[in-house]
Ligand binder design. Structure first.
Ligand code: ADP
Ligand code: 5GP
Length: 206
């Protein structure tokens, strides 16, 4: 059975990266869709692990080749989800985490209505600002852009099936894991496995 798409969005600094890292370490059968971006790598970011870092020309070429499930301009850079990559992961039966912005999330929800959508909401604007400042990955100009954009982004929460408030990290992490595990227990996602169990009951009659 093909894995499901799991969309995880939040404003920049909302905690997606931190929570997803923990998720990938604790929940089996999860894959991560490595996006393409025209943004420059941050200190410690690796090509092919965090992103595929490409030029704007290469990115535009990939749009023309219809290689993206969705793509968007976010905080002044281009980001896109590779169709080939998510197909590769989903065909192994793994669920695929898409760490994307609210525009990308809306586009994926339209194209793949079965996708599970989760919005990570920071507990307040001030907490978001403090966390972004403490992360220290953006200059003051980029930081201001991200904070200003967050005001419109959090308004989009109602488009998502789930909202996880990222207050205390371990609790938020458990909430996120429980959503993914619960989605896997849906009856229609287990018909194959359930049939195998029922067959063992039928065989016992013989
Ligand atoms: P995003 O990937 O959404 O941009 P990050 O995962 O990088 O956000 O989180 C932003 C910063 O906030 C990071 O420095 C991270 O360590 C910190 N952070 C995330 N969640 C929490 C939390 N629940 N409590 C305290 N700090 C957090
Ligand atoms: P950052 O520059 O902080 O890594 O990411 C900025 C924003 O772009 C975040 O909201 C992140 O989730 C989003 N993003 C990352 N990859 C993609 C993608 O493939 N598509 C879209 N639409 N957004 C993405």
């Amino acid at each position: 059975m093909k894995g499901k798409l799991i969309i995880i969005s939040s404003p920049s600094g909302g905690g997606k990266g931190t929570l997803i890292k923990e998720l990938l370490e604790t929940i089996p059968d999860l894959g991560y869709s490595v996006s393409w971006t025209t943004r420059a790598p941050r200190f410690g970011e690796e090509e092919g692990k965090h992103y595929h870092f490409v030029t704007r020309e290469k990115f535009v070429e990939e749009i023309r080749n219809e290689g993206f499930l969705e793509h968007a301009e976010v905080h002044g850079n281009m980001y896109g989800t590779s169709i080939r990559q998510i197909d590769e992961i989903a065909s192994t039966g793994k669920d695929v985490i898409l760490e994307i912005d609210v525009q990308g999330a809306a586009a994926v929800m339209e194209k793949a209505s079965e996708a599970v959508s989760i919005f990570i909401l920071p507990p307040s604007f001030d907490t978001l600002r403090s966390r972004l400042i403490a992360r220290a990955t953006e200059g003051s100009n980029d930081l201001e852009i991200r904070l200003r954009n967050s005001i419109e982004e959090v308004r989009q929460f109602a488009r998502f099936k789930y909202v996880v408030v990222n207050d205390e990290l371990q609790l938020a992490s458990r909430k996120l894991a429980s959503i993914i595990l619960a989605e896997r227990q849906l009856t229609d996602r287990q018909t194959g496995a359930i049939q195998g169990i029922l067959d063992s009951f039928e065989r016992s009659k013989a």
